[in-house]
Each structure stands twice: as C-alpha cells, then as structure tokens.
Design a protein around this ligand. Structure first.
Ligand code: HEM
Length: 162
C-alpha cells in the first residue's frame, strides 16, 4: 500500500458519509427486524419506507465501502502517527481492518437474509451488528485518545485533504 501525505478529499468525504449511513442503519433497523420476523412466520409484510431505507442505505454502504477499499489500495493512505506504543499501533491497524470487514459483511449478510430468506444469514447479521458496534466504539475511543491524551490532533487528517 502506498504511503501518502494525507487523505484525499474523496477519501475524507467517503469516510464521513459511510459513518453517517452506518449510524442510520442502527437507528432505523427496527422496521426490517419486525418485517423479517413476520415474513419468517409466513405473515404478510406491509410496505414501510423504513425497510426501504435500511436496504438502500446498506446497499450504498457496500458500494461506497468497496470504493473506499479501492482508493486505499490504489491511492494509499497516510502512515500511522509517529511515536505511540507498538501494541496500540497493532490494535489500531487490526480494528480498522475489522471495521472494513464488517462494513462489507453486514450488507452482504443482510441481503442474503432479506432476499434469500436465510435465517442463518440473519443470525450472522445480528451478531455482526454487535461486532461492528464494538469496532466503531473502539475506533472513536482511539480518535478521542489521540485528541485528548496524545494531543496530536490526528482528527485533522480526516478533515482536510492532504
Ligand atoms: C452496513 C450495513 C448494515 C448495517 C450496519 C445493518 C445493521 C442492522 C441492525 C443494527 C439491525 C438490527 C435492528 C434491530 O434489531 O432493531 C439490522 C437488522 C436487519 N437487517 Fe441490516 N444492516 C445493514 C445492511 C443491511 C442490508 C443491505 C440488508 C438487506 C438487503 C439488511 C437486512 C436486515 C434484516 C433482514 C434485518 C433483520 C434481521 C433479524 O431480525 O433477524 N441489512 N441490520
């Protein structure tokens, strides 16, 4: 992977758009969970725009997530900040990798559950949401740690293109 001076404007925009979309998936997941439960019992599902929001929002996350991955591989990303404990660096790298994994695995498992009616995929989706939530929280905790404890203003790298 190429090491760059900073993230591009596209990379920064994608980061924040996907972050908002992921929060929305958590906030508006109730309707699809209720509908999936009803469908599993063979009941009729009434149209609900919140279901459409979850499906379309998830599909967008998948597409934008692939785009992000492509940019990381082709354009690159800035190096890890100087200093810091080696263990913290490994944790940061591993948790970012996990975020990417779950960002892509969630829409895939959700689609298999919803369009294929596969209960096992729904279970994976429900387990995945806990892991995704944990990695998002770890990611935010890392950003706050840099800002408040290390005071290196790392967040600026995700605000201004470089
Ligand atoms: C990154 C993308 C996604 C995230 C973060 C996400 C997140 C969530 C969350 C948090 C729930 C639980 C809602 C609750 O219990 O109140 C849920 C349920 C569900 N989602 Fe997603 N979702 C994503 C993409 C998708 C996509 C693309 C589809 C379908 C095309 C989908 C289909 C479902 C289904 C069927 C359920 C109900 C599962 C069940 O109740 O067993 N999801 N999702």
């Amino acid at each position: 992977m190429k090491v760059t001076q900073g993230y591009s404007g596209t990379q920064i925009a994608l980061h924040w758009i996907v972050a908002v979309l992921i929060v929305m998936q958590f906030g508006f997941g109730d309707a699809i969970a209720t509908a999936f439960d009803a469908a599993s019992k063979g009941e009729e599902i009434a149209f609900n725009p919140m279901i459409l929001q979850h499906v379309a929002g998830g599909a967008l996350i998948l597409l934008l997530g692939i785009w992000r991955l492509k940019l990381i591989l082709t354009r690159g990303a800035p190096a890890a900040p100087e200093g810091g404990k080696p263990a913290a660096k490994i944790l940061a790298k591993a948790s970012t990798g996990m975020l990417y994994l779950f960002m892509l695995a969630m829409p895939i498992s959700g689609s298999v559950a919803w369009f294929g009616g596969v209960e096992a995929a729904a279970n994976m989706h429900n387990l995945g949401k806990i892991f995704l939530m944990l990695f998002v929280l770890l990611h935010i905790a890392g950003a706050v740690y840099h800002q408040v404890v290390l005071k290196d203003n790392l967040i600026a790298r995700m605000m201004k293109a470089g």
